[in-house]
Structure formats: C-alpha cells, structure tokens
Design a protein around this ligand. Structure first.
Ligand code: CTP
Ligand code: MG
Length: 178
C-alpha cells in the first residue's frame, strides 16, 4: 500500500473522532459532568468545560459521521471496512465514546496538575482523546490501526487540533486560541 493511500484511509477512519472532539465547542454547555464535585486535592474532578450535553453531543456526532460513511463508502475506492456498512456505524460509536472519555481523562489529569479549566496543556489537550479513541476502536478496527497509521494520526491530530482551535478562536467560537 502506498503512503498516500495509507494516509487517506487513516483520515477516513478517524473522521468520527475529529467530529466528536469539535462538536462540543458548538453544542456543549449546561451542567458539568462532575456536578461541581472536587477531588481529594481540592481541585474540580473535571471542571466546567466538561458538560453532559457536550459529552453526548460528541458521541452522537461521531455516530452520525459513521452512519453517513456507512451509506456512502461501502463498495467504493474509499471503503475501509470491506464493504460492511455496520462496521462504520459501530466504529463511529466506539470512536465517539473513546474520544469523549479520553477528553475527560485529559481534563482529569490537567486538574490533578493544577492546570485551570481552559488553560493550555500541550499533549493532554491534543492527544489524549486520540489515544483512548484508538483503544476503543481497536476491537473492530485493528486492521486500520497499524504502526504507520498511528504515527501519522498522532502527528496529523496534533497539527489539526492546533489549527482548528486557532480558527475557532478567530471565528469567535472559542475565547482562547487552543
Ligand atoms: N465542551 C463541553 N462538554 C465536553 C467537552 C467540551 O461542553 N464534554 C465544550 C465546553 O464549552 C468547553 C469547550 O467545549 O469549554 C472546549 O473544550 P475543551 O477545550 O476540551 O475544554 P476546556 O474548556 O479547555 O477545559 P479543559 O481545561 O478541561 O480542557
Ligand atoms: Mg481546552
């Protein structure tokens, strides 16, 4: 398989996760998942940036992307799951759930390190969600999760996340550019 094809397939594979990670900025808000509770260190468990609505909006967005892929990709040159539409839907659900749990885990670690909600944390902000999303998807998409694809996705995700947040800030969707 040539490199460009590997990259294209990796992007198609990870698309539900990217949507899950960005939709909460638009649709999130309301009650915090931790309900205001604090950890033993006195800091919030996750903080006000992690809301119930954002969590489920993210999972739903990934499921929707997977479902759209299921309709359009099987049997085409862009098909990554051997023509099986169900796999796209399951992969969307698993990637979305992993993404949002990984996002929570990132915030949990940030709060333990004393980093305030919304303050930048390189690696935790950009890559924790990807790591957990890949772990969740592994049972049904191990064929997509090769060493080359994982290395490519970590590099791509780092830069895509930085670029997306700078744009979201510019367009007034986020208060800070990260
Ligand atoms: N968001 C949400 N619910 C989630 C995740 C995100 O409502 N489960 C929304 C919040 O409005 C949040 C925004 O998306 O402020 C950006 O997400 P993120 O950068 O992950 O959160 P931060 O506010 O930066 O908080 P943290 O420091 O915990 O990362
Ligand atoms: Mg943030």
């Amino acid at each position: 398989m040539d490199v460009l094809q590997m990259m294209a397939q990796a992007v198609i594979f990870i698309l539900p996760s990217y949507f899950a990670n960005s939709i909460p900025v638009l649709l999130g808000g309301g009650a915090a998942i931790d309900g205001g509770r604090k950890f033993s260190d006195g800091n919030r468990l996750f903080g006000d940036g992690k809301t119930i609505r954002g969590f489920f909006a993210g999972i739903f967005a990934a499921l929707l992307v997977g479902s759209i892929q299921a309709v359009f990709l099987p049997g085409t040159a862009w098909d990554i799951y051997g023509g099986n539409p169900h796999t796209y839907v399951y992969a969307g659900l698993l990637l979305g759930t992993g993404t949002m749990i990984g996002d929570l885990a990132g915030s949990f670690i940030k709060r333990r390190q004393g980093v305030a909600r919304g303050k930048q944390s390189v690696i935790l902000d950009q890559l924790t969600f990807l790591f957990v999303a890949l772990a969740f998807a592994y049972p049904i998409a191990s064929r997509m999760i090769t060493i080359e694809a994982v290395v490519f996705l970590f590099i791509l995700t780092y830069f895509a996340h930085v670029a997306a947040n700078v744009l979201a800030h510019k367009w007034g969707l986020k208060k800070v550019p990260w």
